[in-house]
Design a protein around this ligand. Structure first.
Ligand SMILES: [Fe+2]
Ligand SMILES: [Fe+2]
Length: 271
């Protein structure tokens, strides 16, 4: 069961005077990726076809992801009344398809698939926490806080199944790290860039992946603080089987934070 419903959000509390225009494009892009969650459930139900418990959990999970998209899309239409979520999403669907016809995980194993899912939920939980803390607009803050709570729960869901699968599939630390790093790297792939494009650029503008990625990242990276990176790194470490709170984890968090600040400065200079 979903943990909350769209109607329960305080839509009347929207305060246009508190909207930060820089956040609107980010919300539009996120709305589209989230709304597309149903396709991932189809993919997961094929990869885990003989695991009914997991398939049932994945179906509820996808419903929550779709609801994230609907909540963000509805907020974006309040913030920008000229924007039509349905139209933008139709464009996105027409141009981007999740490969749902897999019969095995593209990560090489089910445990690998679950590590990749944990990385995605680490990213989304950190991102929505950062967005919530970066907006003064009360409705968006509430939506993002609510979504972040779901994403932390999703992480736990996939982590619990990961532990179950690691009992049967032995995959070493090096491979786990490679899968985790690979999935984190994919956060700059076509999906988000194209969502940013469809959400924020007219159809007459040609899709330029590098430029859209840069625009998206420049906005998103500005929302993060060290504490978000630190918490996320703990989650990454836990998923690959390392101590989430230790010297190695805090060193990695400091390095990631330096990397993020360096990248942010470079993107700002390029803009
Ligand atoms: Fe989500
Ligand atoms: Fe999620």
């Amino acid at each position: 069961m979903k943990h909350w419903r769209l109607e329960q959000l305080p839509w009347d509390g929207f305060d246009p005077g508190q909207v930060d225009p820089a956040l609107i494009p980010l919300v539009k892009a996120a709305a589209m990726v989230e709304r597309n969650g149903g396709d991932y459930a189809i993919y997961l139900s094929r990869v885990f076809h003989d695991d009914p418990d997991f398939c049932a959990a994945a179906a509820y999970w996808a419903e929550e992801e779709i609801q994230h998209g609907e909540a963000l899309g509805r907020w974006a239409m309040l913030a920008d009344p000229d924007w039509d979520f349905a139209v933008a999403f139709a464009r996105y669907r027409a141009g981007y398809q999740v490969p749902v016809d897999a019969t095995a995980s593209i990560r090489g194993s089910r445990a690998g698939e679950l590590i990749a899912r944990c990385m995605v939920e680490t990213g989304t939980s950190s991102y929505y926490t950062a967005l919530a803390e970066n907006t003064a607009e009360p409705l968006l803050r509430r939506i993002c806080t609510q979504i972040a709570a779901d994403e932390f729960r999703h992480y736990k869901l996939f982590y619990d199944h990961l532990r179950r699968y690691l009992g049967r599939e032995q995959i070493g630390l090096f491979r786990r790290l490679r899968i985790a790093a690979g999935r984190v790297g994919e956060s700059e792939d076509e999906e988000l860039a194209f969502a940013w494009h469809c959400g924020n650029q007219p159809e007459t503008v040609r899709f330029d992946r590098a430029r859209c990625t840069a625009s998206y990242l420049a906005g998103a990276m500005g929302c993060y603080r060290f504490r978000h990176v630190q918490r996320g790194m703990g989650m990454v470490f836990k998923a690959v089987g390392l101590k989430p709170r230790g010297r190695l984890s805090s060193l990695a968090a400091r390095l990631a934070w330096q990397g993020l600040r360096w990248r942010r400065a470079r993107l700002a200079r390029a803009a």
